[in-house]
Design a protein around this ligand. Structure first.
Ligand code: AHR
Length: 660
């Protein structure tokens, strides 16, 4: 009995050893670069959700700067003394302003405070540009005191910076002063006092860090724009998402309201203020301060092709079940004109109406727009009916612009199956697919694009993220499955031309949707594990797909019998390098042998580096306190030969870099 037991356990050990030693053999055709990897392949998508723009990337620190929040013109402001909201201001589309009166007694004060977006983030020694449009309606010389204060301070004086503005005209004028913060405070308050007895009117009260991205006035938060730049995205989709459609047509994103002088861009309701009752933000509006000009400029500065998306005349179909919520096809002219005008704004000669505006805003050179999306997550026969006249008009006026249509909100199913052939019939150049899906979906999608119709439109995987089952937040394992899924994008570069993770940004105190690519508070930001996965794909993007299969000629897609491995490979013609990406989603280390095929007799590949992305804690992610807790590790790859033998650790994303 004892002997039998020993024998059995010896056999079990031997079996385990032989099983764990089972080598996953693959081959890569390194001599034959395949489909071109489009420069637009890995991009970003920004929508003003989670306070991504107002309160986030857009560096304005004052909330409700124009006193236009509709339910309460003073929302976001705490006021005292004697003042009044007026509505005949200098900016016709933002007519409200505040009149500050002498309170009637020298020991009383009229003042107003703004807490910005979850507080105003100040850094010690940094400069902040305060500006205000003001006048003294009854004449005389008015005075405004401007302070940064810390309401929680136990110091005698709450203010950490002070400046005075002298308002010297009965006419509206812009006044500016730069204050230097003497403290670091993530939750400071801006306070304005009327000083003296002369009545002063104030409008468009604004505060920006001087040190914005590229130093632009009306600029962007530097660390957040830098995180986009660091990703080296090839594509930049904007402004939505559902925001394009609006909860109703009145609140759809109207790009024409987002250009021209910033003081006169009308406010829009942000649909994410009320979309989720369990994450309700009644003070979430779109100032349009980060509008289409700023978007095109940022795209240029980070080297990404812009992909604007416009309304097709259908309001959000999730929230509107009746046809009267939408524009009838026969009334689409102004919507179609909006699309044509946007292309003119981006590319038109400075003598055209919209090209002239672009030049006046500071960019006489065209932005060289190549793509436009019409509609977001639309569905049903009404979508192709609406899209068709847009396609006809855009093709006629701008035959070179590529048009992106939609396959609806789902990654498969009836609507999806209906829309793909419809997009093909209408001749859309690309079709936008969205999938926020759980682990098991990502695990099953390693071959998603392997059998797609090669004669139809190209694919734009426009919104995707792994939403863990019961773990709908950022964590390493979700990013690992995104990495695994992305092998099917890379392998099928002949038809997949664009892919953008979503959403992009989230304020830790103001989010409606997670996971997200980049998180921030008022002073800090962190790149999630998903960001690092995206970055590994852009860093090792290559120029051409290479054929990588197992020895039986099957793609390595995590299929049954493939031991939880997903793999793809690309060639970089500029560096003459081969990149191999292998993701091991299993719990066991996997020995892998990669045979390089097509090399000449004496030719070998030489190892350059191996990059490993792994976290022992699969539920962890980077945090604002530890932003670099989980980052890729690079080591030298000591290799010279025709077959690379490696072991890929469990739950790990590996990139192997080889020189030809
Ligand atoms: O990314 C968040 C939302 O998800 C987008 O606005 C919409 O397109 C999708 O439903």
């Amino acid at each position: 009995m004892k002997v039998q037991k020993i024998l059995l356990s010896v056999m079990a050990i031997a079996l385990a050893a032989s099983m764990s030693a089972q080598v996953n053999e693959m081959k890569v055709k390194v001599s034959k670069p395949g489909a071109e990897i489009q420069p637009t392949m890995y991009g970003i998508f920004i929508e003003d959700i989670n306070f991504a723009a107002d309160g986030g990337l857009y560096a304005e620190l004052v909330k409700n700067r124009s006193f236009e929040f509709p339910n309460n013109r003073l929302q976001g402001w705490t006021v005292g003394g004697k003042l009044e909201v007026m509505n005949d201001g200098p900016f016709e589309r933002n007519p409200h302003y505040v009149r500050l009166y002498y309170p009637g007694h020298p020991h009383k004060h009229t003042g107003m405070e703004n807490d910005g977006f979850f507080g105003i983030g100040l850094k010690k020694g940094e400069q902040y540009r305060f500006s205000v449009w003001a006048r003294t309606p009854q004449g005389g010389e008015g005075r405004l005191g401007v302070e940064f204060i810390d309401k929680a301070s136990m110091a005698e004086v709450q203010a950490s910076a002070y400046a005075q503005i002298v308002v010297d005209s009965k006419e509206w004028k812009k006044y500016e002063v730069v204050l230097t913060s003497t403290v670091t405070d993530p939750k400071a308050t801006l306070r304005i006092f009327l000083e003296g007895a002369v009545t002063v009117d104030v409008e468009h009260v604004s505060l920006f860090p001087v040190d914005t991205w590229k130093g632009h006035k009306n600029g962007l938060r530097k660390d957040l724009a830098q995180a986009l730049y660091d990703l080296e995205p090839g594509l930049f989709r904007f402004p939505g998402g559902c925001i394009v459609e609006g909860t109703d047509l009145d609140t759809r994103y109207n790009w024409k309201n987002s250009v021209g002088p910033v003081e006169n861009r009308p406010l829009n309701e942000n649909r994410w203020q009320h979309t989720f009752k369990h994450r309700y933000y009644p003070d979430y509006f779109q100032s349009y301060g980060l509008g289409f000009y700023e978007y095109f400029l940022l795209s240029e500065e980070i080297g990404a092709e812009p992909l604007p998306v416009l309304s097709c005349g259908l309001a959000c179909q999730f929230q509107n079940e009746t046809q009267d919520a939408h524009v009838p096809v026969c009334d689409l002219d102004s919507y179609i004109q909006d699309a044509l005008d946007l292309i003119e704004f981006a590319n038109g000669d400075v003598n055209t109406e919209w090209g002239k505006l672009r030049a006046e805003m500071g960019h006489p050179e065209p932005f060289n727009l190549k793509f436009i999306g019409i509609g977001n997550e639309q569905w049903g026969p009404e979508y192709p009916e609406h899209l068709e006249p847009f396609i006809a008009a855009i093709r006629k006026a701008y035959p070179d612009i590529k048009i992106v249509g939609s396959s609806g909100p789902n990654s498969e199913g009836d609507q999806f199956d209906f829309l793909w052939p419809e997009m093909k019939r209408l001749g859309a150049d690309l079709v936008d697919e969205h999938f926020y899906r759980p682990e098991k979906w990502f695990l099953a999608q390693g071959a998603r694009y392997d059998n797609y119709d090669r004669k139809g439109p190209k694919v734009f995987a426009g919104e995707y993220a792994c939403h863990g089952d019961g773990k709908k937040w950022n964590h390493f394992e979700a990013s690992l499955l995104e990495a695994a899924f992305m092998t099917t994008i890379e392998r099928n570069a002949d038809i997949v031309h664009m892919a953008t993770y979503a959403p992009l940004f989230a304020h830790i105190e103001g989010w409606q949707w997670r996971p997200d690519l980049i998180w921030f508070d008022n002073l800090r930001s962190m790149k999630s594990c998903s960001w690092y996965v995206q970055r590994l794909y852009t860093q090792y993007q290559g120029t051409n797909a290479l054929k990588l299969t197992n020895m039986e000629g099957q793609n390595v897609t995590g299929a049954e019998g493939q031991n939880g491995l997903f793999a793809s490979s690309v060639y970089d013609a500029d560096k003459n390098q081969v990149y191999i990406k292998i993701i091991n989603v299993s719990d066991t280390a996997q020995p892998v042998k990669i045979n390089f095929e097509g090399l000449k007799k004496k030719e070998t590949l030489k190892g350059v580096e191996a990059v490993s992305y792994h976290s022992d804690d699969l539920d962890a992610d980077n945090t604002l306190d530890e932003p670099e807790k989980i980052v890729p590790q690079t080591s030298a790859l000591d290799f010279d030969g025709k077959a690379l033998e490696v072991t890929v650790a469990p739950k790990t994303f590996m990139v192997y870099v080889l020189q030809k």
